[in-house]
Structure formats: C-alpha cells, structure tokens
Ligand binder design. Structure first.
Ligand SMILES: Nc1nc2c(c(=O)[nH]1)N[C@H]1C(S)=C(S)[C@@H](COP(=O)(O)O)O[C@H]1N2
Ligand SMILES: [Mo]
Length: 253
C-alpha cells in the first residue's frame, strides 16, 4: 500500500471520481498495487535509491495508463451558482503573506517551443478573444475540494491561434512565483481547459493567480498553474514543482 500512496498521494472520494469510469479504474488500481507488490518483493527495501527509482517507474507507468484511459470528450461535472463555495480557499507552496502581486499593464505572456507565432501576448489581447465560463470543482491533492466560477479563453483556441504543434506531447507553464507544471496535449485540448482571466465575474485577484491561471477541471489542483508567465510546447518531459517531488504527473480526475 505504501507504494500506491506514494505514486498517487490523494485518492479522490467517490463524488470526486465521477469523471472516471470507476469499474475500469478500480480494476487498474488493484492491478497496479498487485504488480507493485510483486516487483518490490524482489528487491531490497532498505536500498532507498533503488526503491525510489522503482516507485517513480510505477508513477510513470501510472501516467501512461491514465493517458490511455483519458477520454478527450468526457466532461467534468458542472454546477450552479448556488453551489459555489463561499470564500474559495487560497493555496500555494507558500503562505498567503507571500502571494505575488503582478502588474497587469507590463505583464506579457511569453511563448516558447513548438509554436509558430511566439509574439508575447498582452492581457488586453487575451480579453479580446471569445470568453468562456465554467462552474466546476477544484480538487487539491492535500484532501480538500471546492466549487468555483472561472472564465477566460478556451485553451484549444489559444493554442490554435499561436500555431502550436498540436501533436506535441507536453505543454509547460512557468509562473511568476517560480512554480511550474506541465500537462499532456490531449488534456490541453479538452473542451473545459481554459486560460482563466476572471474569478466570479471579476479579474482574478492575486491570491487566485492574477493575471492568468490555467483552469483544468479534469486534473488535480496542482496542475492548475496560477500567475502564468510563459507557455512552452515541447516533446521533452518538463515535470513540475510537485511532480519532481514524487506527485504523480498525470493526476487526472
Ligand atoms: N503559481 C502557482 N500555481 C499553483 C500553486 C502554486 O503554489 N503556485 N499551487 C497549486 C495548488 S497545490 C492548488 S490547490 C491551487 C490553489 O489555487 P487557489 O489558490 O486558486 O485555490 O493552485 C495550484 N497552482
Ligand atoms: Mo493543491
């Protein structure tokens, strides 16, 4: 069981796994745990480096299985205005006293990697694109969830607009607080993945990621980068702040 906890630290409750097909997923999880137990049985558990590499190997296998099971058209549950969590939580790898305040007027969204048009974007230019809203549940790996309302640019539209290579494997996000994360291209192109500019109908406050965050309700909260400064389309595995510390990379819901 330790192996599984490490590879996927938070197991969502039934309510939070409505996206998935519970029967297939449970079967796969059971299979992974059994296979993990077998493989670990054959090595010396006191050898930490070896154990570490076996564990991260299983986490990467888990990524591939989740990617294979990901249904690019399956929608995360949506909610009504009355379901929105009052006082939606703030969370980051630092306390609220250190929330970054970024100047929207001088902010530019930088683009890199497999992108035809790498000209940086202003906030006004993002606001000029069609805006889409959603009321969805954010699920944090630390064991809390909350329902919020975000709106912004459909990420697929943005990727098409900049001439991103949509066959590339990864999209990497670098943030104004030195956080970074990355997602698979099929999840980037999902119809509910948005570059969010607003929370509850007003520009994102700094605590929720001003000026732009990725809202991706098909993934755990830590895959929703705030204060995005740069986006890179790449085939080289980018990892992430939490991912590099052992959190499962795919982290789909
Ligand atoms: N730039 C940045 N983005 C981040 C984080 C962070 O520390 N820095 N934390 C992640 C985690 S773990 C969570 S749960 C959500 C919290 O978002 P919220 O403050 O809007 O609730 O942001 C995610 N995105
Ligand atoms: Mo989180």
């Amino acid at each position: 069981m330790k192996l599984f906890d490490r590879a996927r630290p938070f197991v969502p409750t039934r309510d939070q796994t409505r996206l998935a097909r519970p029967d297939r997923r449970l079967f796969l999880r059971g299979g992974l745990v059994a296979a993990g137990g077998l493989a670990l049985g054959g090595c010396d558990l006191s050898d930490n480096a070896r154990t570490e590499s076996v564990l991260s190997g299983f986490s990467r296998l888990n990524d591939r299985l989740q990617a294979a099971l990901f249904d690019s058209q399956r929608l995360a549950p949506t909610f009504g205005v009355s379901d929105i969590t009052p006082d939606f939580p703030f969370n980051a790898y630092y306390p609220a006293s250190r929330i970054r305040v970024i100047d929207g007027a001088s902010w530019r969204l930088e683009l890199a990697g497999l992108v035809a048009d790498r000209a940086p974007w202003t906030l006004d230019r993002l606001r000029a694109l069609p805006q889409e809203g959603q009321i969805t549940r954010h699920v944090c790996v630390e064991g809390w969830s909350a329902i919020g309302q975000w709106s912004g640019v459909l990420f697929r539209t943005f990727l098409e607009r900049i001439g991103a290579d949509l066959t590339a494997r990864y999209v990497r996000f670098d943030c104004g607080d030195d956080y970074w994360t990355s997602i698979d291209m099929p999840s980037a192109l999902h119809p509910q993945t948005i570059l969010a500019l607003d929370y509850a109908g007003a520009p994102l406050p700094p605590k929720y990621g001003f000026p732009v965050k990725l809202r991706i309700p098909t993934k755990l909260g830590f895959k929703n980068p705030k204060h995005i400064m740069a986006i890179t389309v790449t085939n080289d595995y980018p990892g992430g702040y939490w991912e590099d510390q052992g959190y499962n990379w795919f982290s789909g819901l």
